[in-house]
Design a protein around this ligand. Structure first.
Ligand code: GDP
Length: 451
């Protein structure tokens, strides 16, 4: 099917030095030549050669002084013939130019349509397309470099290699099921176990790297929990080194969740200070406690604050109850005061739990705490290996890895083969090999216009 020609302003609207109007499709140059006046037409100019000229409207009225360039498919972003008009920034010149192009027969591009065409024309795979979105949205150096790594195809290559090896292993199993009369010897589970274990650990590794990438983009969600007056608000302030939370000595007055973001080693940490968990004294407090419980559930890690200057009490026990089964780090606060908390006994009850001594008042242990938060969720190193991936891709990798782990536990070849097949399908959805239109719509609709 012959594609139509699409157009959009690809730069952000608003005051800026330049604005770029982008065209993609067979009529790109011809459409641009209708309003672009220069010594030669764009169509007659060599590709990738910037030409100086003017944009005129239908009555010959001058709109702007511009630079224009054309690209010849397949050597373009979308893989099709393309043209770009670089006019002055601000909204008027770009809008008038675009309107004129639409009047002449171009269609306004849908969000993400340029990148979608690049994918459909085989210029990039789905993982690379989604990393374009990662680059656009990156808010830290590390997030940007992880998106760039994915765009260069590092991630896709790893996933594709994994998928090919899975396919090969599946083929061995399926052949023995499908053609028993051919005397294909049925392999024993034990024979494929080493290969399977290697594939599983690689899938798990990729999942972790992509999960790191997701954390770089979205930040680590941290909930500060503990009973009233242990110093949660003070800790939040110490972490932020500014007074954003209300610090108070009256029990139960921090009723709303206060959220604040800081970055440590380029990783965003999203902190929520929550209302103290204890038996509510009134309805407002009850609402605060309900909010706390939700924030605790949604966070990636919990900081359980204890007051080192007093013994472990009933209210602390209530918090302990709420934290059952959650991932948490214990902060023993107020270490500047004489200590009354029996830490040894506490450690006996919680073997293997990290306990950090801190003082919100003096700032002791705060830097170590930031480091600990980042380390607690990253998969070794400080996210140097992170790959950019969308939430969808992270889920596909999680599924693929979990299914391989299941295959390792399988008691029959049949079951193992099923898990292998489903795992491979997850990787294929990741790469977009078996992507259907609905999935593509979902992915590309997240892009901004003109991308
Ligand atoms: P929250 O109810 O858990 O949020 O506790 P706050 O942050 O409001 O602190 C309760 C009280 O403990 C306040 O009077 C703080 O000044 C005090 N406090 C908090 N952290 C420390 C600390 O590290 N050392 C000392 N000495 N006092 C602290």
């Amino acid at each position: 099917m012959k594609e139509d020609t699409i157009a959009a302003v690809s730069t952000a609207w608003g005051e800026s030095g330049i604005a770029i109007i982008r065209l993609s499709g067979p009529d790109s140059s011809a459409l641009a030549d209708n309003l672009f006046k220069s010594r030669s037409t764009l169509a007659a100019s060599p590709p990738r050669y910037m030409r100086y000229g003017h944009i005129l409207d239908q009555t010959g009225e001058f709109i702007d002084e511009v630079l224009a360039v054309r690209f010849e498919g397949p050597h373009s972003y979308t893989g099709e013939d393309m043209a770009e008009i670089h006019c002055h920034g601000g909204t008027m010149a770009a809008r008038k130019t675009l309107e004129r192009l639409l009047e002449l027969g171009a269609r306004l591009a849908e969000p993400g349509e340029f990148t979608r065409r690049a994918f459909l024309n085989g210029r990039i795979d789905l993982a690379q397309a989604e990393s374009v979105l990662g680059i656009i949205r990156a808010r830290s150096d590390k997030a940007l470099s992880s998106a760039a790594r994915s765009l260069r195809g590092e991630l896709s290559t790893s996933v594709r290699t994994l998928r090919d090896r899975l396919l090969a292993l599946s083929a061995i199993l399926e052949a023995s099921f499908d053609f028993p009369e051919e005397d294909v010897p049925l392999p024993q589970l034990a024979e494929i176990t080493p290969d399977l274990a290697r594939l599983q650990s690689e899938a798990e590794g990729l999942f972790r790297r992509c999960r790191d990438g997701q954390i770089l983009r979205e930040g680590i969600r941290v909930a500060i929990v503990g009973c009233p007056n242990v110093g949660k608000s003070s800790l939040l302030n110490a972490l932020l080194q500014e007074s954003r939370a209300i610090v108070t000595a009256i029990p139960g007055t921090t009723r709303d969740i206060i959220e604040a973001v800081l970055t440590h080693r380029g990783v965003p940490i999203r902190l929520a200070d929550t209302a103290g968990i204890r038996t509510p004294a009134d309805l407002i407090e009850e609402a605060g406690i309900a909010q706390t419980l939700t924030a605790v559930k949604q966070s990636d890690i919990k900081l359980w604050v204890l007051d080192g200057s007093r013994p472990f009490g009933d209210e602390d026990r209530l918090v302990e109850e709420q934290l059952k089964g959650e991932r948490f780090l214990v902060l023993v606060n107020k270490t500047d005061l004489p200590q009354a908390l029996d830490l040894d006994r506490f450690r006996d009850h919680h073997p293997g739990i990290r306990c950090l001594p801190v003082s919100a008042k003096t700032g002791k242990g705060i830097e170590e705490l930031k480091e600990e938060i980042v380390l607690s969720v990253s998969s070794g190193g400080i996210m140097e290996e992170a790959c950019n991936a969308t939430a969808r891709q992270v889920e596909e990798l999680r599924t693929a890895s979990a299914l391989l782990a299941e295959a390792l536990q399988a008691r029959s070849l049949d079951l193992a083969a099923n898990c292998l097949r489903d795992s491979r399908l997850a990787l294929e959805r990741f790469l977009g090999i078996s992507a259907d239109t609905d999935l593509l719509d979902l992915i590309f609709s997240q892009f901004c216009l003109g991308k």
